[in-house]
Design a protein around this ligand. Sequence first.
Ligand SMILES: C[S@@+](CC[C@H](N)C(=O)[O-])C[C@H]1O[C@@H](n2cnc3c(N)ncnc32)[C@H](O)[C@@H]1O
Length: 228
Amino acid sequence: MSQLRGDYKSVWNSLSGSKEEAYLVVSGYTDEDKFHADAEDTADILRETVGIRPDDIVLEIGCGVGRVGRVLSPFVKEWIGCDVSANMLRLAGRRLLGLHNTRLQEISGYDLQPIPDAAVDLVYTTVVFMHLEEWDRYNYVLEAKRVLKPGGRFYCDNVDLASPAGWAVFEESRLRFKPHERPSQISKCSTQPELQAFLDHAGFGDVRVAGRLNFWAYGWGTKPGEAG
Ligand SMILES: C[S@@+](CC[C@H](N)C(=O)[O-])C[C@H]1O[C@@H](n2cnc3c(N)ncnc32)[C@H](O)[C@@H]1O
């Protein structure tokens, strides 16, 4: 594999040349009904953790083809999908056709630079941290804090190394790929303490972490200050 893992734009554009390739790399399948059902699950987790409110401006980091945006956008004021890959965003544009409160934004892969400070009520990122270097995960936590309004909420998740199924992911990749044959986008786990440390160090308040299905670690918190 010649591409560097940290060259996110080139790696993810090359993984999403067609709709089928993009769906497979986003979810592992191309079945539209399952894709939709999984997105409903993600929306439910957001409801249980950070909450979804009708007046929310919501931003997703690494939105892919708009899997979650399609089910979430009818319940919020505005949904902004950010992704490093122009190919993913083109497919997201097709998938979100007719949903007029959605907007797509290409980003560098390291920050949310086009988004102004204190402009968003909720930032979430799902099924993305496993593809990023730890420093870039934390950079996005810091960027989420920057773009959130005071009182705004942030959610992130990753496969949990300390869970039974998370350990299986780790072992499967370790045994399957020789050191020089590891795909650039290969999934690398987090732990609940890692997510806790990122949110604490970034200055989020009310930080909570949890696990789910013996597989996921997720964390969420609130930007200090009075909601406007
Ligand atoms: C497995 S997909 C998940 C997509 C979406 N979050 C979902 O759950 O359906 C990972 C997404 O993250 C994007 N991505 C990868 N590296 C990124 C980076 N450094 N910054 C922003 N997006 C990135 C990819 O282009 C891809 O769309």
